[in-house]
Design a protein around this ligand. Structure first.
Ligand SMILES: Nc1ncnc2c1ncn2[C@@H]1O[C@H](COP(=O)(O)OP(=O)(O)OP(=O)(O)O)[C@@H](O)[C@H]1O
Ligand code: NI
Length: 324
């Protein structure tokens, strides 16, 4: 299958806080192959955004600390890249769509200005090439996200657009220059379910059409199954299970994955089935051993003392649990 384009190895990220270091990521391993669609799933606060922001090195400067780990992009460690190399990754390698489209768009500039800026910044529309060329690229990107009348949209300000429209513009901005890998951080969670579903379908279609790779961050296993080929389940800064999407649903093994599946809203019966009790640990003083043990129905003495590593069960299915 060749080497992965992105290979995150043993990534540790801590945040400096008043109470000391908040040890959020605790040895994350995650890779993405060319053209592969990968899901990163887990409940709020488990470290999904922290992991993927690390890839673009856009964690808050001065607050985030990376004591250990590597993020290999085509074999080169992003954490050690110089400005020029990083610029290259950000403008032609990897792009990210954020959870909140309103925050990603600047209210004082028109949509057209913002999209053409992305093109200019990437170096794709060189100044010596005419303005028309850049404008055409921008219009084409807007058409690709199925917005009719791109001329009008180009001259609109973000606050003149609906939430769904803004999210589409964010997608257009993320794909307007050719990229290899798109990171989508719960796009559409701020939108109502029907619109969210449309945004997801649009995103998947574009990624497939362009042969891009995708990392889809979501708290929903259901969304991950619809959107991705392979799913990483994350708990409290650790990957606890990885499998092909179908396999994960046929044969979920980690107690946390089982809990997540139980808390998927059931269509019949209404409401949520009982999920997992308790909450994500305090990252200032995370539990010893397996970070999930305080909430785990199967925990035994060993789980409180020793940290389980991901063990391979064949065909890429991996689980970090002594009880499996
Ligand atoms: N700048 C920061 N300083 C201190 N702690 C932070 C900072 N940013 C994030 N955290 C903490 O790191 C942990 C992981 O946050 P992160 O946003 O990566 O989780 P997430 O899985 O993306 O959650 P969500 O589903 O809510 O988006 C949380 O406990 C969060 O409070
Ligand atoms: Ni997040």
């Amino acid at each position: 299958m060749g080497n992965p384009i992105l290979d995150i190895r043993d990534l540790h990220v801590w945040y400096r806080t008043y109470g000391g270091y908040s040890k959020v990521l605790d040895g994350v391993n995650l890779f993405v192959h060319q053209g592969e669609k990968v899901g990163l799933v887990g409940e709020a606060g488990c470290g999904k955004t922290t992991t993927m922001r690390s890839v673009l090195r856009i964690l808050p400067e001065g607050q985030a600390h990376t004591p250990r780990g590597q993020i290999l992009y085509h074999g080169k460690n992003i954490l050690q890249m110089n400005r020029r190399e990083l610029h290259q990754v950000r403008t032609s390698g990897v792009s990210m769509i954020f959870q909140e489209p309103a925050a990603a768009l600047n209210p004082v500039f028109t949509v057209g200005t913002q999209i053409t800026d992305v093109i200019k910044f990437s170096g794709l529309g060189k100044p010596e090439k005419q303005k028309d060329n850049i404008k055409n690229l921008a219009m084409q990107a807007i058409r690709e996200v199925y917005i009719a009348d791109p001329e009008r949209i180009m001259s609109s300000y973000p606050n003149q657009l609906s939430g769904g429209m803004k999210q589409r513009i964010c997608i257009a901005m993320a794909i307007v220059t050719a990229r290899e890998l798109l990171i989508a951080d719960e796009p559409g969670t701020a939108l109502d379910v029907t619109i969210q579903d449309q945004v997801h379908k649009l995103l998947r279609g574009l990624v497939e059409k362009k042969g891009m790779s995708l990392v889809m961050i979501t708290h929903s296993l259901g969304v991950a199954r619809e959107m991705t080929d392979r799913i990483y389940v994350m708990y409290a800064g650790n990957i606890v299970e990885v499998a092909k999407s179908g396999e994960l649903f046929r044969n979920p093994l980690h107690p946390y994955t089982l809990g997540l599946l139980e808390s998927v809203p059931k269509l019949t019966g209404g409401g949520m089935a009982e999920g997992i009790y308790g909450q994500i640990p305090d990252y200032l003083r995370p539990p010893d051993g397996c970070r999930f043990h305080p909430r785990c129905p199967r925990a035994v003495a060993r789980c409180r003392e020793e940290k389980p590593n991901l063990a391979d069960l064949g065909d890429g299915h991996q689980v970090a649990c002594f009880q499996v």
